[in-house]
Design a protein around this ligand. Structure first.
Ligand SMILES: [Zn+2]
Length: 236
């Protein structure tokens, strides 16, 4: 039949799932560095769970033009072989499975809410994603207010009240405050609206992009400035 690979399927999301490599060939060109480094063999593989096709990249060693054990066994339609028996190593599959996009250097509770939003978005739970992005933005605003000088106590305040407090600090430009209000309203809509739901990625993508932008602006950039200055200050 083929060679059995164990992959994370980029289409059904199943982890450690069997995929059958049914045909293989020497790796072609890679002018843009899109393939795993060191791949000398590629194969078409079918996910055992959802039957979607992906390209698997392998390192088999030796002269890739020579008929290698992997290609021979993938072409053996009447038997199923283990990868181990071919002496080849699986380097990865393309397309790559989608990954959550969470900015670096976030306070732990903000990071958790953003990660939950990303995981909901990737599994197409649009209402869940909207609610979690709202939570991430709310937690970020809370952290920022409590760090102000003099400190503003944001605990037990509604997000709308926190936005008003934030507006007074002059820390964020008006379009960003407007966007915080939109993410707040969308999160409320996702949780409380009776007769309508978010139906597709396009409805959530702008809030997702803004949540990421806000978190990068409030946490990632300041930390990176600190780190770059540490890196250069020793040369003064
Ligand atoms: Zn699959």
């Amino acid at each position: 039949m083929a060679v059995q690979l164990i992959v994370s399927c980029p289409f059904c999301g199943k982890e450690d799932v069997g995929a059958q490599a049914v045909v293989a060939w020497p790796a072609g060109k890679d002018e843009f560095g899109r393939k795993p480094e060191g791949a000398d063999t590629e194969a078409a593989a079918i996910c055992g769970h959802c039957s979607s096709a992906m390209i698997a990249y392998l390192r088999c060693g030796g002269d890739p033009k020579v008929f290698n054990p992997f290609r021979e066994k993938a072409a053996a339609y009447n038997s199923l072989h283990s990868l181990h028996g071919t002496g080849c190593e699986l380097l990865g599959v393309r397309p790559e499975p989608p990954r959550p996009d969470v900015p670096a250097h976030l306070p732990p509770r903000v990071e958790r809410a953003m990660l939950d939003g990303e995981l909901a978005f990737l599994r197409r739970d649009w209402n869940g994603a909207a609610a979690h992005y709202r939570k991430a933005v709310d937690r970020a605003v809370t952290v920022i207010l409590s760090q102000m000088e003099p400190p503003i106590d944001p605990e037990r305040k509604m997000l709308g009240q926190k936005i008003a407090l934030l507006e007074n600090t002059g820390l964020l430009p008006a379009p960003m405050l407007d966007w915080i209000r939109i993410v707040k309203d969308q999160g409320n809509f996702a949780l409380h609206e009776d007769d309508r739901d978010f139906e597709n990625a396009g409805e959530i993508e702008p809030a997702r992009r803004f949540a990421r932008l806000l978190l990068e602006y409030l946490f990632t950039l300041p930390k990176e400035i600190e780190l770059s200055r540490e890196g250069t200050s020793q040369e003064d």
